[in-house]
Design a binder for this molecule. Structure first.
Ligand code: IMP
Length: 423
C-alpha cells in the first residue's frame, strides 16, 4: 500500500492569516488533522453553519465528524481552557471523545505559568513582548529546562509532581518580588480541567500518526501563529516560544521530513502583527485604520488591535525559504476592494544600502522600498474563477508569484467556505 503523506498548512507572516478557514476547506481531503505547536495563544476563528467558533488548542478539523484530530507532542495545553473549549463544542453537538487524541508528551500550562508570563512581561517594562498572557513562554522554558509537566504525568502521582513545580514557580515569583496574585479560583478550575482531560484518549500520538501514514492515510498538519513568530527564525525576542515553521511539524508530531509532501504558506493580501516588535511595513495612517476596520483586525484571543500594513515581500520570501513553501494561499483579498492604490514592500533600505534579504535585526533606520499597484476597485466576491478576476487584481497576484517564485494556488475573497477560488 502507498504510504500516506503529511501536508503542512502554515501561517508565514505574524499569524492570524486565516488558517482556520483553510483547514476547514481542506479537511475533506485528509484523514487526520493535527496541531504540532503552540497552545491557547492561538485563536482560530471558524464560522460554521452560521455559528462562530474560536478554537485555541483543538484542531480545526474537529467539525468534520469522520476525521481524527490530534494535539501533538509539540503543543502546550492548559486543562482549564481546554475544558471550556471542548465543552462549548460538545454543547454544539460535536462529540469529541473518540475523535480527539492528545499526546502524552504535550506539556501542561500551569496556573503559575500564566502568573510567570505576567511577571516576566512586567519585569521587561517597555521592552515587553506583548504576549497573550497564556503562559506559553514559561511552559516552553520549563520543557527546555527539563522540569515541565506533561499530559502523561496526570496519569501517575500527579498531585505530588504538580505541588513540586508549583512550589518552584512560587519561589521564582517571590524572587521577582511579584507576589500580588491569587490563583485560588483559577487553580480549582484548572484541577477540574485535569480531571476532565483524563477522560480523553491520551496516547503516544507519534506512533499513532506513523501508523496512519503506513495505512495510506493523509495527515494535515495545522500550524499556529506564523513564521515571523518562530522562536528560531522570527523577530526574536518578539516571538512566541515554539517552532511554528515546517521543521516544527517533524518535531511536534514525530514524523520524518520525507513524510512531508506539500507545504502550504498562508498570507493575507496585506499584513498584520499583534503585540510588540518590529513591523517595517506598518501603516500609522488612515489606510492602516481602514485595513483594521474592514478586515476586523482585532485579536481573537486578547481582543487587542492588530497593527496593519502592506505585504512585505522581504519577510515573505524569507518565510518561503525557511519553510520550503510549495504553494501560496492568499487570504482576505476582498478587504482592499475599495483601495485606489496598493503597495508592496520589495526590499529594505538600511543605512543607504538596499537589500532584499531579511536582516538579523530590524533597526530604526530601516525603510521599506515599495512598488505601487493600481487597486481593482470592485467586489471580488462577484467572481467564480481566477480567469474572471479583474486585470488589476491579477497583476497584483502575479507580481507576488514572480517575486517569490511560488504559485498562489488559492485565493480567499470572503469569510465563507464558498468564497474561495482554487486555481
Ligand atoms: P505568546 O505566544 O503568548 O508568548 O506571545 C508572543 C508573541 O506572539 C506576542 O507578540 C503575541 O501577540 C504573538 N502571538 C501569539 N500567538 C499569536 C497568534 O495566534 N496570532 C498572532 N500573534 C500571536
Amino acid at each position: 500500500m502507498k504510504k500516506g503523506k503529511v501536508d503542512a498548512l502554515l501561517g508565514i507572516v505574524f499569524g492570524d492569516e486565516g488558517k482556520g478557514k483553510v483547514v476547514d476547506v481542506f479537511t475533506p481531503e485528509y484523514d487526520v488533522v493535527a496541531r504540532f505547536a503552540g497552545g491557547p495563544n492561538a485563536g482560530h476563528t471558524i464560522i460554521f453553519e452560521g455559528k462562530k467558533f474560536v478554537l485555541r488548542s483543538i484542531p480545526s478539523g474537529i467539525f468534520a465528524k469522520d476525521k481524527v484530530n490530534i494535539i501533538g507532542n509539540g503543543c502546550v495545553i492548559a486543562p482549564d481552557l481546554f475544558m471550556a473549549e471542548a465543552k462549548e463544542l460538545e454543547a454544539a453537538g460535536y462529540d469529541l471523545k473518540g475523535r480527539l487524541h492528545i499526546s502524552k508528551r504535550a506539556h501542561l500550562i500551569l496556573p503559575t505559568h500564566r502568573v510567570l508570563d505576567r511577571a516576566y512581561e512586567a519585569a521587561k517594562g517597555k521592552a515587553k513582548v506583548g504576549t497573550t498572557g497564556k503562559g506559553i513562554g514559561p511552559t516552553y522554558s520549563d520543557k527546555a529546562a527539563r522540569i515541565g509537566l506533561r499530559v502523561g504525568d496526570i496519569l501517575d502521582r500527579f498531585e505530588e509532581k504538580y505541588a513540586a513545580l508549583k512550589a518552584r514557580h512560587k519561589q521564582i515569583l517571590k524572587d521577582l518580588h511579584y507576589t500580588d496574585y491569587d490563583i485560588t479560583d483559577e487553580e480549582k478550575l484548572w484541577l477540574e480541567g485535569v480531571e476532565y482531560l483524563r477522560g480523553f484518549h491520551l496516547t503516544d500520538t507519534e506512533i499513532e500518526i506513523n501508523r496512519y501514514l503506513k495505512e495510506g492515510k493523509n495527515v494535515l498538519a495545522e500550524g499556529a501563529q506564523g513564521t515571523m513568530l518562530d522562536i528560531d527564525h522570527g523577530t526574536y525576542p518578539f516571538v512566541s516560544s515554539s517552532n511554528t515553521t515546517s521543521g516544527g511539524v517533524c518535531t511536534g508530531l514525530g514524523v520524518g521530513p520525507t513524510d512531508i509532501r506539500e507545504v502550504f504558506g498562508i498570507f493575507k493580501a496585506y499584513s498584520t502583527r499583534v503585540g510588540s516588535g518590529p513591523f517595517p511595513v506598518e501603516l500609522f495612517d488612515e489606510t492602516g485604520d481602514t485595513l483594521r476596520e474592514v478586515g476586523h483586525e482585532y485579536g481573537a484571543v486578547t481582543g487587542r488591535n492588530r497593527r496593519c500594513g502592506w505585504v512585505d515581500l522581504v519577510a515573505l520570501k524569507y518565510a518561503i525559504m525557511i519553510n520550503g513553501v510549495t504553494q501560496l494561499i492568499m487570504m482576505k483579498s476582498d478587504v482592499m476592494n475599495d483601495f485606489e492604490t496598493i503597495r508592496v514592500a520589495t526590499a529594505y533600505e538600511i543605512g543607504g544600502r538596499t537589500t532584499s534579504e531579511f536582516p538579523y535585526e530590524i533597526t530604526g533606520d530601516l525603510r521599506p522600498v515599495y512598488t505601487e499597484f493600481e487597486g481593482w476597485k470592485c467586489d471580488l466576491r462577484r467572481y467564480g474563477s481566477y480567469e474572471e478576476f479583474p486585470e488589476a487584481f491579477k497583476r497584483y497576484v502575479e507580481f507576488i508569484e514572480r517575486q517569490t517564485g511560488v504559485p498562489v494556488k488559492i485565493i480567499s475573497v470572503g469569510p465563507d467556505r464558498g468564497e474561495t477560488i482554487v486555481r
